[in-house]
Structures are given as C-alpha cells and as structure tokens.
Design a protein around this ligand. Structure first.
Ligand code: FDA
Length: 367
C-alpha cells in the first residue's frame, strides 16, 4: 500500500511527490499521457528541446523558488524579449522606449510620455465597459490599433468590444529601452529542457504513464491511503454541476532545413488575416547552434472536451460552477486537489510550485 497516489505528473504532482518521498512516504505518480511532466514536457527534435505544450519561460521574484528549481537543473540566462509583427513592421515588446520609437519616432522618455498622455486624453473613456474601451483608456488608439486589438481578438475568438474589460487590468509601459518581458529578478530555461527538472523531482519515485485514473478509479484509489488529484475538477465529480470551459490552442510544429528562421524565440503575429498568434523558434530558448531549426505556429481555438484545456475562462458563470465543485472537494478528506486543472486557474510555473510547497507544508505540518 502506498501513502499517496498522485494523479498527474505536472509540476504540482511532481513537487508534491518529491517532498512526500523526502519525508519517507511511498508514492505512485500516474499520468494519462505517454510521458511525464504535464505541460512543461519537452520533446527532442533534431537535438532541439521543443516545448510541446507551448513556450515555457521560467521566471520568478521569489529567491526560494529559484533555489528550489536550481537544485534539480541548471538554468541558462535566456531573457524573454518577444517581437510583434503588425501591419508589415516589427515592434519590440513589452511596450517600452524601443516600441515608442518604432511607433512614433520619439527619442526621449519625456517625448514618449507626452505622446502617450495625449493619446489617452483623446481616446480614453471615463468608465470602460469592455476591453476596447479599457485598452484605449490605458494606452490610447495607436498602441491599441496596432499592437492589441487584432491579436487579442484572435486570442479570444471574440470582438474586443464583446470582451470584458477585466481581461486587461493593467498595460505596463516602460520608459526605458528595455525589451525584457518580465520584471522578475530570476529568469531562464533549464539547460537540456524541462524534462531534467521533472526527472530530478521524480528521481526514485514510482511512475506510470498511459494510466488514466478514470479508466479504473476504484483500483487506483485502493492503491494508496490518500490521493493527490491534479486533473480537471469537474471530471472528478462526473460533471455533476456542469462542464467548466476553457480556451484551447493548436500547435503546428515544423522541422526546417535552415539554421535560423526568425532570429528570436517568440514572434507575435498581430494581424487578423494571419490565423496564428505566434511562431516559436525553440532553439533560441537555448542559444542553439544546430544546422536545422524547429518552429511552432500557435493557433488559438475554441475548446471542446476532446481538445487540450489550456486557459480557464474566468467569467462569472464558470467561477460559480467551480465554487460548487470546490465546496464539495473540501469535504473529501482523503483527496488533495491541486494544480491548474483541479483549481481551475491559470498558474505560472513558479506559482504552481509555490502552491504545491504550501500544500506540502499543510499536509506534513506535524512532521
Ligand atoms: P499540468 O497540466 O502540467 O499537469 C497535470 C497533469 O495531470 C497532466 O500531465 C495530465 O495529463 C494529468 N492528468 C489529468 N487528468 C488525468 C487523469 N484522469 N489520469 C491521469 N493523469 C491525468 N508558465 C510560466 O511560468 N511561464 C511560461 O512561459 C508559461 N507558458 C505557458 C504557455 C501555455 C500555452 C500554457 C497553457 C501555460 C503556460 N505556463 C507558463 C503555465 C504552466 O504550464 C503551468 O504553470 C504548469 O504546467 C501547471 O502545472 P500543473 O501540474 O498544475 O498542470
């Protein structure tokens, strides 16, 4: 008999398993996919680590989390500096002095701030009712038209005027020539890919892939004293309060016979007439020098149950449904629900690790 059956080998399940194992607990980690690691899994194509479930850049401000992951794998010094292609021109992101120069030709922070202020005064509205009004009020019309509108509409499959304003709470602008997308102190990509992190976490722990918990729930439940469940919470309860909705993505990956396709790991495609939102060139995450390159086009799509669930739809209807599941989950003593699917929320990697470590602390508080 195991102490814990862990359903899902993503970061939440793997961190929990590692910490439980360290405390002498016997664990079995199962995953319905044919590999471990959940959405951070990398596939080796022509010697390049391909982020199979979308680009993953590790970043955190929390030194303890940074040290935690660095126990298992070394990180390189990759800094995310995406570029956007819009109406035939390239723009640096996030919005910074380079972007303002590319948009307006302004050369000093004072000129840029004045231009931005003028745009906001001209196009902003006092009480924004939708995403379009919100964006116009935060950055004005030029940035909205060129760098936000069409990209966001592709991403969500809806008109910006039909999207709620809360999707864009803030639009940070930076009056420095600084293309580093994140503000965090620590950032990088694991050298050799994320599988090294997962293998380190799961070292010495029994694992089983191609194993769907729901294929034989009673069998799996009987293997352990307790279950850590990181799959979809609505599926756990057989959808009794209804199905939670997601936004999905389709990835189209290609191996190209050339060393460098786009010169950057991430290029956003903003225009409405291009159906994908980004092209990822994976080798640039690791400063690869291979003769070939691998690119992935990312197409946002509506979610249906047979597709991968990527982004929870954070509206009132879904939150109401989630709360019902959560209330019921809280009454089940022998099951711990955690991670992005069981908590129906978007977590960055550092956040899901922090959440798993907090769960570990609660679970083993007397040990
Ligand atoms: P995850 O989904 O990784 O793991 C859950 C596992 O449970 C899966 O392996 C699944 O197969 C398994 N499972 C589910 N049901 C099961 C069942 N019935 N039986 C057995 N197994 C089952 N974060 C960041 O910090 N920087 C970034 O750049 C990005 N980029 C990014 C891009 C995209 C497109 C997305 C969608 C997300 C990101 N993230 C990110 C977020 C990151 O992916 C996320 O924080 C972690 O993957 C969450 O780990 P979990 O363990 O919660 O879930």
């Amino acid at each position: 008999m195991k102490d814990y059956l862990i359903v899902g080998s993503g970061l939440f399940g793997s961190v929990f398993a590692h910490e439980a194992n360290k405390r002498g607990k016997k664990c079995l980690v199962i995953d319905k996919r044919n590999h471990l690691g959940g959405n951070v899994y990398c596939e080796n194509i022509a010697g390049i680590q391909v982020h199979k479930y979308g680009a993953h850049i590790f970043h955190t401000n929390d030194e303890a989390i940074w040290q935690y992951v660095n126990q298992f794998v070394k990180f390189n010094n990759y800094v995310n500096s995406p570029v956007a292609l819009a109406k035939g021109k390239l723009y640096n992101l996030p919005f910074n002095m380079n972007t303002f120069y590319q948009l307006w030709g302004v050369k000093t922070p004072a000129e840029a701030a004045e231009k931005l202020q003028h745009q906001i005064e001209q196009y902003g509205v006092p009480n924004p009712q939708n995403l379009e009004e919100q964006a116009l009020s935060l950055v004005g019309k030029d940035i909205y038209d060129i760098l936000i509108k069409e990209y966001t509409e592709k991403q969500w499959g809806k008109k910006a005027t039909e999207l709620p304003s809360f999707i864009i709470k803030r639009l940070p602008v930076r009056f420095r020539f600084d293309n580093n997308y994140f503000n965090d102190r620590f950032q990088g990509i694991p050298i050799g890919g994320y599988n090294g992190l997962i293998n380190g976490l799961l070292d010495g722990i029994e694992t089983l892939t191609d194993a769907d918990y729901f294929a034989d729930r009673t069998y799996y439940d009987n293997l352990a004293e307790k279950v850590v469940y990181t799959g979809k919470i609505d599926e756990y309860f057989a959808y009794e309060f209804g199905q939670l909705e997601y936004r999905s993505l389709r990835f189209e990956t290609e191996l190209l016979n050339q060393p460098n396709y786009q010169g950057n790991a991430v290029i956003n495609y903003n225009d409405a007439d291009i159906p994908f939102t980004r092209i990822i060139e994976h080798k640039h995450f690791e400063f690869g020098t291979q003769e070939k390159t691998v690119i992935t086009r990312e197409y946002p799509q509506n979610w249906t149950p047979e597709k991968e669930a990527y982004y929870p739809v954070n509206d009132d209807k879904n939150q109401r449904i989630y709360k019902q599941y959560r209330t019921k989950a809280d009454t089940i003593e022998k099951v711990i629900f955690g991670g992005r699917l069981a908590e129906y929320r978007y977590y960055d990697m550092h956040q899901v690790i922090a959440s798993a470590l907090k769960t570990v602390k609660n679970e083993f508080q007397n040990q």
